[in-house]
Design a protein around this ligand. Structure first.
Ligand code: GLA
Length: 384
């Protein structure tokens, strides 16, 4: 459902005598810099056109409706839909910060495929907190809201970083953000690949234990950092280590830890190289870095899976395709491919057929369109 369709559909639900806010929050892609955010390193994401549309209205009773799933909470069966955890995460943060929050009615719908590694959950969290901030005129700044949404998602169980939320709040049309996760600062770079375009392929699979495997990586990186700190108390994260220092610090790590440690340092370097390739318009290098990133995620960080590897292998064997890699947390989700625009339709057909033959499901493919970050739409002006 587009934002316009969403507004048409929900217009009649806007109460006449209560305040309401519409928000659009996008999903995100990531060019490179995976699993670096919670390691206080670098990443290079961008907001996309697929988004969550949300209407939040003052009310004396709580009600949340997921329009495209025909689910609502509370409901007669008293079963909590899986998306409730994101709303509860926001409430928990707010209650700690400002006390009890009044009930609201929420209507939302999303065009971001869920479980695809495109931040569909962060888009809900960011949209909700922004709508409440607007509705109740709390005047939290964008940075404060961003940091609260990071906390809110941690409340919902994923010990994640801040890449998704920073991108959703700050995305710029046709630009990627090079984020330094150490201090949350970022610079934007225009993305214009000319005759080439980015294609997203959602494997349609989400393996079990996604959150616990992700959390396991994040905890192992904390344990690695503790070992590094024992050698040098100035170190705050793996991202403080340079390539030249890898050998020295590897001495205190076991083999498994060494792989994660090296991956993070190499991936931070790839982000810098990606920035240079983009500035120099070196499209071949952009593609090469995508393949290298995948290799690191597969062999060192070990967060890939057969479906993701299959799609990347297909890209490697396809003439004209410059690069591909898995994107997001891993263990399923999506891949990002760089290929000539002229080849896009044919490639989507070929890779879908081949994937279907192997895994018996058709993947969801769509070209990535980089869009602006979160926007508030005045509800009063659209009230019927
Ligand atoms: C998930 C998390 C992000 C980030 C990526 C991996 O999408 O939400 O914070 O860690 O995985 O790069």
């Amino acid at each position: 459902m587009t934002m316009q369709e969403f507004i048409q559909k929900t217009k009649s639900s806007i109460p006449k005598d209560a305040e309401s806010v519409f928000v659009r929050a996008p999903g995100r892609i990531n060019l490179i810099g995976e699993h670096t955010d919670y390691n206080l390193g670098l990443c290079f994401p961008a907001a996309i056109e697929q988004s969550v549309s949300m209407l939040v209205c003052e009310s004396d009773q709580m009600k949340i409706v997921a329009l495209d799933r025909a689910q609502e909470y509370p409901n007669s069966s008293n079963e909590k839909p899986d998306w409730m955890v994101y709303f509860e995460g926001v409430y928990k943060v707010l209650e700690k910060k400002i006390g009890k929050v009044n009930p609201v009615n929420v209507y939302f719908s999303s065009t971001i495929p869920s479980g695809a590694g495109l931040s569909s959950s962060s888009a809900i969290t960011c949209a909700f907190i922004t709508a409440l901030n607007e509705l109740y005129q709390w005047a939290f700044s964008k940075d404060q809201l961003c940091s609260m949404t990071v906390q809110a998602e941690r409340n919902s169980g994923l010990e994640g970083g801040m890449m998704d939320q920073i991108t959703i709040f700050n995305g710029i049309k046709n630009h990627a953000l090079l984020i330094n996760c150490k201090n949350w600062s970022f610079d934007s770079y225009k993305i214009d690949f000319g005759e080439y375009g980015l294609l997203i392929i959602d494997t349609g699979v989400k393996h079990k234990l996604v959150d616990s495997d992700y959390n396991l990586r994040s905890r192992m990186c904390k344990a690695i950092t503790a070992k590094l700190q024992a050698k040098n108390s100035m170190i705050n994260s793996i991202s403080d280590i340079t390539t030249d220092e890898i050998a020295y610090y590897s001495q205190v790590l076991n083999i498994e830890e060494q792989e994660l440690f090296c991956y993070v340092i190499e991936e931070n370097n790839r982000v810098i190289q990606m920035k240079e390739a983009i500035v120099q318009n070196d499209i071949l290098c952009v593609g090469k870095l995508l393949f290298e990133g995948h290799d690191g995620l597969k062999t060192k960080y070990k967060v890939s899976c057969d479906e993701l590897d299959f799609l990347v292998e297909f890209a490697k064997n396809s003439k004209g395709v410059l690069g591909a890699r898995m994107m997001g947390g891993g263990f399923g989700g999506s891949t990002i491919h760089l290929l000539p625009l002229a080849q896009m339709n044919q490639y989507m057909e070929k890779i879908s057929e081949s994937y279907y033959k192997k895994f018996n499901i058709y993947p969801h493919c769509f070209p990535a369109q980089i869009e602006d970050g979160l926007r508030i739409v005045e509800a009063n002006s659209i009230r019927e």
